[in-house]
Design a binder for this molecule. Structure first.
Ligand SMILES: [Fe+2]
Length: 450
């Protein structure tokens, strides 16, 4: 949807700041209309306002567009530099027809690098015609992302458990011709075109639950756990296949200086810089997806959410001996079900076992995180006794068994008494099992008391 306000409305626009942030970003649309018609559903472009509205952000948070200072103060570990396509490259492509070895040479061309060096980034941009991508300063992110998430009424899904924000502000300094190819983001995004112009091309994906693991853009080993959760918990379209046809039915819009764009998680988009230089920022907000929200009251509050996210847990010791407090009375008739947001995997099922997992036999992932924090809750389980391992193996089996019809089973989930679970794991019943291993699994959110 594109909004081009009339002159009298354009005059009413306020300078955007942390207090009026959300209302100012969507102005003249009202928040009720935004949530009803736009949010998580479609892209919105608001055109025609002067970039003077970005004055406070630019002066106070973007070092008045002093590139060097922005690079020096980035919260990112690295600055990404994309180099322009060399004419040489094109010649090589032509010569491929005559010389098969040319392909090897072409692969050696450096297209992008990451650096910690602000000087290198600045020189690459200013003299090498390169484009840059880096995070804003920590202060900008903390103040503005938190305000925006709060003003939009996002709940704890927008924050980490230490209340630091999950949102980010991305900064793009781009040169003409720079192209970010089609991908899907898992966050909600507001882009401010501060200088220059970019063409955005969109296409619907039809994804109901745009979680990180779906997008081909993020195919790296860090996402193996994410993807395993996505595939276990939800069935959807084959996003990799869709990517092949993504250039059909494209909707195109040009963002000019002063324009604002909202685009939801899960929409295909490609971005091309069409001016000699372009500066834009993107507020990228994490939000609990519907899949997560529908289970929120019952499943998202196991005790482990109240303690640090990455835990090491000895399944053969009691909860208390693991250093946690937990009091609930359980017996063999207590009824449990599997938490749809938690998966338990064998450590050996991951192709690359991280060093910190060397002692652990199982890993529990809870909720959905991002690349840096692969889950909001990740518990590395040490399970040495046979009974702990039998119960974990059983839970993995149960989880895998219900996954083919996950959509159906989400409504009517299988339930078991603790006594039945013990029987299913081929173990002799004793109350110690309930008190130690099963209590641990409930405490860590793998099993949920019904
Ligand atoms: Fe994106």
């Amino acid at each position: 949807m594109i909004i081009k306000p009339k002159q009298n409305i354009l005059k009413q626009a306020e300078v955007i700041n942390q207090e009026n942030l959300f209302e100012a970003l969507i102005f003249p649309m009202r928040r009720e209309e935004f949530f009803e018609k736009i949010f998580t559903k479609k892209a919105l472009v608001i055109k025609g306002f002067s970039s003077k509205r970005f004055k406070q952000i630019v002066e106070e948070q973007m070092f008045d567009l002093d590139l060097k200072q922005m690079c020096e103060n980035t919260a990112s570990e690295n600055i990404h530099i994309w180099f322009p396509k060399q004419k040489q490259d094109q010649q090589k492509v032509k010569s491929q027809k005559n010389n098969k070895n040319a392909l090897k040479d072409q692969d050696l061309t450096i297209k992008s690098i990451e650096t910690e060096d602000p000087d290198l980034a600045c020189v690459s941009y200013q003299r090498g015609g390169a484009s840059l991508y880096f995070g804003s300063s920590l202060e900008f992110r903390n103040i503005y992302c938190k305000s925006l998430a709060f003003q939009m009424g996002m709940n704890f899904g927008a924050y980490f458990t230490d209340f630091s924000t999950m949102g980010e502000i991305e900064t793009f300094w781009s040169r003409k011709g720079n192209l970010t190819d089609y991908h899907i983001d898992f966050q909600e995004n507001f882009t401010l075109q501060i200088r220059g112009s970019k063409i955005w091309r969109f296409r619907r994906s039809g994804l109901e639950q745009p979680l990180l693991g779906y997008t081909p853009h993020y195919q790296n080993t860090g996402n193996i756990e994410e993807q395993s959760k996505v595939h276990l918990n939800y069935h959807s379209i084959d996003i990799n296949k869709q990517y092949q046809n993504v250039r059909d039915e494209v909707y195109e819009v040009q963002l000019n200086e002063g324009d604002i764009l909202y685009h939801p998680a899960g929409i295909w988009h490609q971005v091309e810089c069409v001016s000699d230089e372009s500066i834009s920022i993107n507020f990228s907000l994490r939000q609990l997806r519907q899949l997560e929200c529908c289970y929120q009251p019952k499943f998202l509050m196991p005790p482990c959410l109240m303690i640090p996210r990455i835990l090491k847990f000895d399944l053969d010791k009691s909860v208390e001996k693991n250093g946690k407090k937990y009091s609930v009375n359980l017996n063999k008739d207590s009824i449990v079900t599997l938490n749809p947001f938690y998966t338990i995997n064998k450590v050996t099922d991951f192709p690359q076992i991280p060093k910190e997992l060397s002692e652990a036999q199982y890993v529990i992932n809870g909720l959905y995180g991002n690349e840096d924090f692969s889950s909001q809750v990740r518990v590395q389980i040490i399970a040495k006794s046979k009974q702990s391992q039998s119960i974990c193996d059983l839970l993995i089996k149960l989880e895998t068994k219900i996954s083919p019809q996950r959509e159906k089973t989400i409504a009517v989930r299988s339930q078991w008494t603790l006594g039945t679970l013990i029987k299913l794991s081929n173990l002799a019943f004793n109350s110690g099992l309930i008190d130690i291993q099963l209590k641990n699994l409930i405490f860590n959110g793998v099993l949920v008391l019904v």
